[in-house]
Write a protein that binds this ligand. Structure first.
Ligand code: UDP
Ligand code: MG
Length: 310
């Protein structure tokens, strides 16, 4: 029988975990020919998530968990889970039941059809604010335009992948992980299926608008150098325009003599070029910061407890 590992990152999910496992077990029990194993990753939760995981592990023999020494973020948690997985297939999903386990049979069908991966995208974002929907839409279309990785609007981190694909992903050991992009970057055949988004039943989302903005920035800078190219082109265009302006001004001065008032134009030019330079330095800084963090080569996560018997 083939083994399917289910990787679940958890951050402050004490309330939802018992419901999660109950509902997922109900689905698993209806699926023949596969064995399932849970790999929960406690991402430094501040509530009793670890205690709940210990209890679940003692109740169910197919529950493994890894607990981080602090909060390292969902990307790190997913990485730890994938790294520890050994199954023929690996499912990644959220703990909050927003990724309905009832999609398992369709996902498994996808990989049985010969795809390396079967991933889901949200049909409609019920229960999410208009701003978030808009931000998500802008992000996906921008991301797809400027970088090599393409994904449908509403792509989520809920998917099943073959062993081979998971091994490729684990090999990408960058510290600032943007999994949505990494999943696409490694290639392989992906089947996209639609699912109806569900509202979070208990607990609260861990994302703020600022958090989402940083996430989008990470996504763009991890997979594209288009912003760098943009400032290079912008600089060139401004250089050409200034050249024309300089020539015009020089000719005017030579013909008509020095014209002292020029305060406004000078001020505009100085402020405008100053702004452009500052923006460009900021964009370059974004990339330098990323190089800096990668260069330190710190581990992606630190685990303080696990029930994986090595
Ligand atoms: N999560 C995590 N570490 C974090 C934040 C979130 O492991 O720092 C987990 C969380 O427990 C959940 C999943 O990532 O299983 C998605 O989080 P959330 O539901 O807050 O995000 P959303 O569904 O709003 O995108
Ligand atoms: Mg959620």
């Amino acid at each position: 029988m083939k083994l399917i590992d289910i990787v679940v990152p958890c951050y402050n999910e004490e309330e939802v975990l018992p419901l999660f496992i109950e509902e997922t077990n109900r689905v698993i029990d209806t699926i023949r020919h596969y064995r399932f194993r849970y790999i929960f990753v406690n991402d430094g939760s501040k509530d009793k998530t670890l205690m709940v995981l210990r209890t679940l592990a003692s109740r169910f023999p197919n529950v493994r968990y890894i607990s981080f020494s602090r909060n390292f973020g969902k990307e790190a948690a997913m990485y730890a889970g994938l790294q520890h997985s050994t199954g023929d297939y690996v499912i990644v999903m959220d703990a909050d039941l927003q990724h309905p386990p009832k999609m398992f049979p369709d996902m498994i069908k996808g990989v049985e059809e010969g795809y390396d991966c079967c991933a889901l995208y949200r049909a409609k974002q019920k229960g999410e604010s208009k701003i978030r929907q808009l931000v998500s839409k802008i992000f996906f279309s921008f991301q797809n335009k400027i970088s090599d990785v393409k994904m449908p609007d509403g792509a989520v981190d809920y998917r099943i992948m073959s062993r081979q694909m998971v091994d490729s992903i684990v090999k990408l050991s960058e510290k600032q992980r943007f999994s949505k992009g990494i999943f696409c970057w490694v290639g392989y055949n992906t089947k996209w299926i639609e699912y109806q988004n569900v509202e979070r039943t208990v607990g609260a989302t861990k994302w703020s608008i600022w958090g989402l903005f940083k996430y989008a920035l990470d996504g763009i800078t991890s997979f594209s150098v288009a912003p760098l190219r943009f400032i290079a082109v912008l600089g060139f265009v401004i250089f050409l325009l200034s050249l024309i302006w300089i020539i015009i001004t020089l000719v005017q001065t030579l013909i008509m003599g020095i014209d002292v008032p020029g305060y406004v134009t000078t001020l505009c030019a100085v402020l405008f070029s100053g702004g452009i330079v500052e923006m460009s330095v900021g964009i370059i800084g974004e990339y330098i910061g990323r190089i800096y963090i990668e260069a330190k080569d710190r581990p992606i996560y630190i685990a303080s407890e696990t029930n994986f018997e090595d």
